[in-house]
Design a protein around this ligand. Structure first.
Ligand SMILES: [Zn+2]
Length: 435
C-alpha cells in the first residue's frame, strides 16, 4: 500500500478557501431554509445525521474536488481505459508520451502499483500543451487512487488518495398484501436487502409459511456515497417486523451481529425453516390436508412444497443418526442436535450426508423430492424435543450467545435510540403516504 499522503488542503490558494466558505454558507442556508414538505423531510434526515454525529458523519469531501479542479483548470485531461495486452510502455507510446517520461514516472516510490494495471482500469493523465505529464491518476477502487504528480523538485512524486465513504440512513416501510417479496420490492428494497431482511428475522419467522396479509416491516439501512454520488447500499442498522400481530425487532451491533433491543442474539440454534423461503410454493392455508388421505390430519410435521432438487438445509449443528430409504418416508435423514433435539427430513430426492456424519447449521444435507408415500414433491420436516413432536414454527428455540453483561448497558441505550429513529421515520413516512 501507498502511505505518504501530503496534506494538499494546507497549501490551498486563498481563493479556494473562500469558495469553500461560500459553499458551506450556501449549504447552511439550504438546510435551514423553511419551505415545503420535501425540504422538511430532508431537514429531518440531516438533523438526524448530525444528531449523534459519530456514526454517520455528514461530510463534504472538499479535498479531492479541489485537487482535481486546481489541475483541471490549467491542463488537458486524457482518460485511458486499459485494454488486455496493454502495458505502461505501450500505453505511453500510444498516447504520444516519450519513453523518457515513462522512465521518470516509474522512478517514483510505489511505482510497482502501476505495473499491476488490469484491463478495464482507467488511467488519467493531466498534460501540458507540449505533452508533459503533470499528473497521472490511477483509481485502485471506488475510494482509493494512486496519484503521481510533477513536484516542485522537478521529479515526480507519488501519493495515495482516499475518498471518504459517507453513510446516510435511508428508511423503507411496507405492508404485505400479496407476498413478502413483492412488498419488499414495492418498498424500494433491492433483492439482496429483501434477502437480508428475511435472514435477519428468519430465526423467528418462517418466511415460507408464516407470512400473512397485513404483516408489515420498517427498515433503517445505510446508503453509501462518495463525493455525493450513490455507490451502494450498506447494512441494515435497525428493523422491525410485525408478523401475525407479533412484533420482532433487531438492531445491528458494532460487532456485526444483530440483537434484540434487549441484547438477545437474533440468531438461534435452529433455523426456523430448513428450506429457503424463495423456493417454497406459497401457502396461506394453515389447515393443510394430508397429501395422501386428503383429510385434515394431526400432522406431526411441516410440509414445504418445493420443486424436486430444492436444497434442504440442516436446521442446526448436529450429527446424522439416520440416512436411509423406506417405502413410507422415501429417502430420509434424521439429525441429533445435542441431547434434547432431533430433526427429521423426509421424501428427499437425494441425500448428501451419511450416518454418523457431523454437520453444521445451514449445510445442504439433501434435496427435496417425492420419494415414499407422497403425491407431490415436498419436504416433510419434523422437530422433536425430548422425543416429543413439537411445531418447529412455534417452539421456543434456544438462542445463540447474547451480548455479554458488560456490553449490555451501552448497547441497550444505543438500541433504544435506533428504535426511536425508526419510529420517527415511520411516523413521517406514514404521514406523507396517508392516501
Ligand atoms: Zn408431511
Amino acid at each position: 500500500m501507498v502511505r505518504p499522503i501530503k496534506n494538499v488542503v494546507r497549501q490551498l490558494p486563498r481563493r479556494h478557501k473562500i469558495t469553500i466558505s461560500g459553499i458551506s454558507l450556501f449549504l447552511l442556508l439550504l438546510v435551514l431554509w423553511p419551505s415545503e414538505r420535501a425540504t422538511a423531510s430532508r431537514n429531518l434526515a440531516n438533523a438526524e445525521l448530525l444528531e449523534l454525529g459519530r456514526p454517520y458523519p455528514l461530510s463534504l469531501n472538499l479535498q479531492d474536488e479541489i485537487i482535481e479542479n486546481s489541475v483541471q483548470q490549467n491542463y488537458e485531461w486524457i482518460s485511458y481505459e486499459v485494454r488486455s495486452g496493454d502495458n505502461l510502455a505501450r500505453i505511453f507510446s500510444s498516447l504520444g508520451f516519450s519513453a523518457q517520461q515513462l522512465y521518470r514516472i516509474t522512478q517514483v516510490e510505489h511505482e510497482d502499483i502501476l505495473r499491476r494495471i488490469h484491463p478495464g482500469d482507467t488511467l488519467q493523465f493531466a498534460t501540458t500543451e507540449d505533452k508533459e505529464i503533470i499528473e497521472l491518476r490511477y483509481e485502485l477502487n471506488e475510494t482509493e487512487s494512486v496519484v503521481i504528480r510533477h513536484g516542485e523538485s522537478g521529479n515526480y512524486e507519488s501519493y495515495s488518495e482516499s475518498k471518504e465513504i459517507e453513510s446516510r440512513l435511508e428508511f423503507a416501510h411496507a405492508t404485505i398484501s400479496s407476498s413478502f417479496w413483492n412488498a419488499g420490492v414495492e418498498a424500494g428494497l433491492t433483492q439482496s436487502q429483501i434477502m437480508n431482511l428475511a435472514d435477519l428475522f428468519g430465526w423467528d419467522i418462517d418466511f415460507a409459511l408464516d407470512i400473512r396479509e397485513g404483516d408489515r416491516f420498517s427498515v433503517l439501512f445505510e446508503q453509501n456515497y462518495i463525493d455525493g454520488r450513490f455507490v451502494g447500499n450498506g447494512k441494515i442498522v435497525a428493523a422491525e417486523f410485525i408478523n401475525q400481530n407479533e412484533t420482532f425487532r433487531a438492531v445491528l451491533h458494532e460487532n456485526g451481529n444483530y440483537y434484540t433491543p434487549e441484547g438477545k442474539n437474533m440468531r438461534k440454534s435452529f433455523l426456523r425453516a430448513p428450506v429457503h423461503f424463495t423456493r417454497v410454493s406459497s401457502s396461506f392455508n394453515p389447515r393443510r390436508l394430508h397429501p395422501v388421505t386428503g383429510r385434515v390430519s394431526p400432522h406431526r410435521g411441516i410440509d414445504y412444497a418445493a420443486a424436486t432438487g430444492t436444497p434442504v438445509m440442516a436446521a442446526g449443528d448436529g450429527r446424522v443418526v439416520e440416512s436411509g430409504y423406506n417405502n413410507l418416508n422415501g429417502n430420509y435423514i434424521f439429525v441429533q442436535h445435542g441431547e434434547r433435539y432431533v430433526t427429521k427430513y423426509l421424501h428427499l430426492s437425494r441425500r448428501h450426508v451419511s450416518r454418523g456424519e457431523r454437520i453444521r447449521q445451514g449445510q445442504i444435507i439433501g434435496r427435496v423430492g417425492a420419494t415414499g408415500r407422497v403425491t407431490g414433491a415436498h419436504l416433510h420436516y419434523e422437530f422433536l424435543v425430548d422425543g416429543v413432536h413439537r411445531n418447529p414454527r412455534t417452539v421456543e428455540l434456544p438462542q445463540a450467545e447474547s451480548l455479554p453483561q458488560d456490553m449490555l448497558p451501552s448497547f441497550t441505550g444505543f438500541a433504544e435510540q435506533q428504535m426511536v429513529r425508526l419510529q420517527n421515520r415511520q411516523r413521517v413516512y406514514l404521514a406523507l403516504n396517508q392516501n
